[in-house]
Ligand binder design. Structure first.
Ligand SMILES: [Zn+2]
Length: 60
């Protein structure tokens, strides 16, 4: 019988709620005037400003 080593896992840091731990968010691309913005189907990846791309939930 082989003894399986259990990998010691570090407790994961809390994931950023905004980007869900990815560090990236997708923004809706808007076109048109500021008075009448129109959302397009396009999404662009952007750096999550909540965690600054780390994916970790900010601590206070
Ligand atoms: Zn984030």
């Amino acid at each position: 019988m082989t003894t399986r080593k259990t990998t010691a896992r570090k407790p994961l840091p809390k994931k950023c709620p905004d980007c869900k731990g990815t560090g990236e968010i997708t923004e809706t691309v808007r076109v048109g005037s500021a008075r009448k913005p129109r959302e397009t189907a396009d999404r662009q990846a952007a750096l999550c400003l909540t965690c600054f791309g780390t994916g970790d939930a900010p601590t206070d």
